[in-house]
Design a protein around this ligand. Structure first.
Ligand code: ISL
Ligand code: CA
Length: 547
């Protein structure tokens, strides 16, 4: 297995709007991140991924970029950005920017030009324009955020493609000028000295140009077979790598909707010259039905374990993954995969053991290191996310009550993870002196950084210990993964092995005490989330053994 700094790294993801506000306007900003550098550095993670901070009308909180070369004034200035990068590097922390180049904002200068009447001007082909069919859109594609993936522009008498919101038109990568513009964006940030990119919906950049109707009965299947993995995706990625990325010592992690196990190494294989790693999203769909996140189905630990084991095997030692259990698009891990009530502290710690003992670069979403939970707002008016609000219109039209929809949103919506960081028990959790852009989770008085710093058995302290463990033992980074008792319905048990060490990880995903079905003779107990191991695994107990 080839060694690289980015395999040994641990990523901390910061959603800047929600981390720390420094000027009282209720919006987290770069000044706020600067104030919290000691916290970040004490945690022990060594790469920061920042969600988009570029100029944007914020239809999708910055994933709709109107200028790739400007810091959004609400986040600060370019001088502040440069200062932040310098301060991070001084602390040996690297910085990844979010690269959103499948689409731009409809307010980006390219699109403003593109939507002008006629087809024979330079920006027309920067996006996908099509004639309608039978008075409607060119095909039946649906947007990720609900409703048709096409919007009509009367002045042009044509429709444009947007896989996401109407304010996020898809760039036409077939056009070589688009690819040159994207390379310029990459070079601009790389030349500032950043350390890489997280690439938004990167498998979607190559489209099936026949724009045929899709079988839209299963949204996950549409993503895999139609929206992602298009015919030229690998060619485009290699071109970016050859012309730009390979000239810098940086890392890339692609967000991988629609990338299946069998395709993964086409993207991340060491010999492919494409990406260093991806976030696959399979385990993020274990409770999604055919209609997606607002069409839930029960979860199953067996399926979950099979996914982790299957992915590890599919990647093998020929590629690499990033591992995570939540991010800015999915519910809080402790609420979704464990118990955010009675066993919140133990189970939040247990989940950290999973991501920090797996093969792959761990990614920790801000706030989960103190066991922050989902939020239950009781009115749609408190929600901000474009996806949540769009689907509300759709569900309402189908006759769903606000109460029923709120239930779905409270367990699956993206705003669960976008509430402000809970720093202390002062007003608005120490996030802002002003009015926060989204309400703070009311449980901030019990769950906050200050509490965790004072308690001797806090989630935060445990994260720090697990992170240190990962840094101490290379086996946890590079060692082979082996699933044990795969058919066990309550326990997730596996080994990590190389010629130096043999680790055994025992995780109890249940509310009950469970007998230990594996041998521990010869192993030494290293760390766990509950005091003094007993004969059984207690509810949500996690144990790490070594020999
Ligand atoms: O596949 C999914 C299931 O709902 C989605 O979560 C999908 O991965 C996601 O919508 C793509 O996410 C990325 O691009 C979006 C942006 O809204 C997200 O925040 C971003 O992570 C459009 O840029
Ligand atoms: Ca601010």
């Amino acid at each position: 297995m080839k060694k690289h700094w980015w395999k040994e790294a641990i990523i901390y993801q910061i959603y800047p709007r929600s981390f720390q506000d420094s000027n009282g306007d209720g919006i987290g900003d770069l000044g706020g991140i600067l104030q919290r550098l000691d916290y970040i550095s004490d945690l022990g993670t060594d790469v920061i991924w920042l969600n988009p901070i570029y100029d944007s009308p914020n239809d999708d909180n910055g994933y709709d970029i109107s200028d790739y070369y400007t810091v959004h004034p609400e986040f600060g200035t370019m001088a502040q950005f440069d200062h932040l990068l310098e301060e991070l590097h001084r602390r040996d922390i690297r910085l990844l920017m979010d690269l959103v180049v499948n689409h731009t904002s409809d307010e980006h200068a390219w699109f403003v030009q593109s939507k002008q009447p006629g087809t024979d001007h330079p920006y027309h082909d920067f996006y996908f324009w099509k004639e309608g069919k039978n008075g409607g859109p060119p095909n039946n594609w649906q947007s990720f955020f609900g409703g048709p993936a096409w919007t009509f522009v009367p002045a042009k008498n044509m429709w444009y493609l947007h896989l996401f919101s109407t304010k996020q038109p898809d760039l036409n990568w077939e056009n070589p000028q688009v690819r040159e513009e994207v390379k310029k964006v990459l070079r601009f940030w790389l030349d500032k000295g950043i350390d890489g990119f997280r690439m938004d919906v990167i498998p979607c950049i190559s489209k099936h140009l026949d724009f045929a109707d899709a079988d839209i009965s299963n949204f996950g299947h549409v993503i895999e077979t139609v929206y992602s993995n298009g015919p030229r995706v690998h060619e485009f990625l290699r071109e970016l790598n050859r012309d730009v990325l390979s000239h810098y010592d940086v890392m890339t992690v692609g967000e991988g909707p629609g990338i299946t196990m069998d395709r993964a190494n086409l993207y991340v294989g060491h010999d492919r010259g494409e990406l260093d790693m991806i976030f696959h999203l399979d385990h993020m769909a274990v409770d999604h039905g055919p209609g997606g996140r607002f069409d839930p189905r029960p979860k199953d630990l067996l399926e979950f374990k099979q996914l982790w084991a299957g992915w590890d095997q599919a990647i093998g030692d020929r590629g690499w993954l990033s591992v995570f259990l939540d991010n800015h698009d999915f519910p809080r891990m402790v609420s979704r995969f464990a118990d955010d009530k009675k066993h919140r502290i133990a189970s939040a710690k247990m989940l950290s053991m999973l991501i920090l003992t797996m093969r792959g670069t761990p990614c920790i979403y801000f706030g989960s290191e103190i066991g922050m939970t989902n939020v239950q707002f009781d009115s749609i008016a408190d929600y901000r996310d474009v996806e949540t609000l769009n689907f509300w219109k759709i569900m309402q039209a189908k006759g769903m009550s606000e109460q029923d929809y709120l239930q779905l949103v409270q367990s699956q919506g993206r705003d669960n993870v976008r509430t402000p960081m809970q720093w202390d028990s002062s007003s608005h959790a120490g996030f802002t002196d002003g009015n926060p852009w989204i309400r703070v989770n009311p449980n901030y008085e019990q769950i906050n950084v200050q509490e965790d710093r004072e308690a001797s058995d806090s989630v935060l302290l445990f994260y720090q210990q697990m992170i240190a463990m990962r840094k101490q033992y290379e086996t946890l980074v590079y060692g082979a993964f082996e699933l044990l008792v795969g058919a066990h319905c309550e326990l997730f048990i596996y080994d990590r092995i190389d010629d130096q060490h043999h680790f055994r990880v025992l995780l109890n995903f249940s509310n009950g005490a469970v007998d230990i079905p594996v041998e521990l003779d010869g192993f030494r107990y290293l760390l766990g989330n509950l005091p003094d191991p007993t004969e059984v695994l207690r509810p949500w107990e996690g144990q790490l053994w070594i020999k």
